[in-house]
Design a protein around this ligand. Sequence first.
Ligand SMILES: Nc1nc2c(ncn2[C@@H]2O[C@H](COP(=O)(O)OP(=O)(O)O)[C@@H](O)[C@H]2O)c(=O)[nH]1
Ligand SMILES: Nc1ncnc2c1ncn2[C@@H]1O[C@H](COP(=O)(O)OP(=O)(O)O)[C@@H](O)[C@H]1O
Length: 214
Amino acid sequence: MDPSAKRSRRGLLIVLSSPSGAGKTTISRMLLGADRQVSMSISATTRPMRPGEADNVDYNFVDDARFDAMIEAGEFVEWATVFGSRYGTPKAPVKQALKEGRDILFDIDWQGARQLEPDFGEHLVTIFLLPPSMTELERRLRARGTDSDTVIADRMHRAADEISHWAEYEYVMVNDDMDACLDRVRSIVAAERSKRTSQPGLVGFVRDLIGPQH
Ligand SMILES: Nc1nc2c(ncn2[C@@H]2O[C@H](COP(=O)(O)OP(=O)(O)O)[C@@H](O)[C@H]2O)c(=O)[nH]1
Ligand SMILES: Nc1ncnc2c1ncn2[C@@H]1O[C@H](COP(=O)(O)OP(=O)(O)O)[C@@H](O)[C@H]1O
C-alpha cells in the first residue's frame, strides 16, 4: 500500500454560522483563499440575487417551483427557511468530498447545522461568529451596501434570535479583527485534521511503523 494513502484523512464538514452581517462570507472567502484543501458548498436559494453576486458562485439562484422539485428529488442534505427565503445544501458535492477525503465549508444557519448532525456528526466542525456589538453588526450590514433599510431592519430584528443558538456550536469567537478571526478558524481546522479520529489510515501506518505485535 502507498504510505501516503495510509495517512489519508477523513474530510471535514466545516459549518460557519453567525447573524447576518457578522462576517461569515468574508471569513469564508479568506479561508478558501488561504487553504486549497477546503472548497465551498454552494447552496440553492429562492432569495433574489444581490448586486455583486453571481449565479452558481455565491448561490444557485432558483425559483420556488425549482426548489420544490429539488426537495422532491432528494437533492438536499438539509434545507431551511431563513428571512422568508428557502436555502438548501446540495447532497452530491458533500458525498463526493467525503468520498475523496476533502473538506467542505458551509455558510449555513443553525437549522442547517442541526440537520447535518445525525448523518454527518463525525465529520462536523461547527463554528459560530459573534459580532463585537449590535451597533457594529448594524454598521457592517450598512457598510456592505447590498440591502435596503427594510432588509437591514429585518436582519437586525432577527439577529438576537440567531445569536441565541451560539451554545449549539463547538467553537465560538468574536469577529472583531478579521485577520485574527481567520487565524483562529485556521487553527481549528488544523487541529481537527490532526485528530486521531480524522485519520483512519493511521492504524495501518502505525502498524507498519512498529510492527503488528504492539
Ligand atoms: N440552513 C441553511 N442556511 C443557509 C444556507 N445557505 C445560506 N444559509 C443561511 O441563510 C442566511 C442568509 O444568507 P444570505 O441571504 O446570504 O445573507 P447574509 O447572511 O446576510 O449574507 C445565513 O444565515 C446563511 O448562513 C443553506 O443551504 N442552508
Ligand atoms: N472583522 C471585521 N471588521 C470589520 N468589518 C468586517 C469584519 N468582518 C466582515 N466585515 C464587513 O462586514 C460586512 C458584512 O460581512 P459579511 O461577510 O457579508 O457578513 P455575513 O456573510 O455574515 O452576512 C462586509 O462589508 C464585510 O466587509
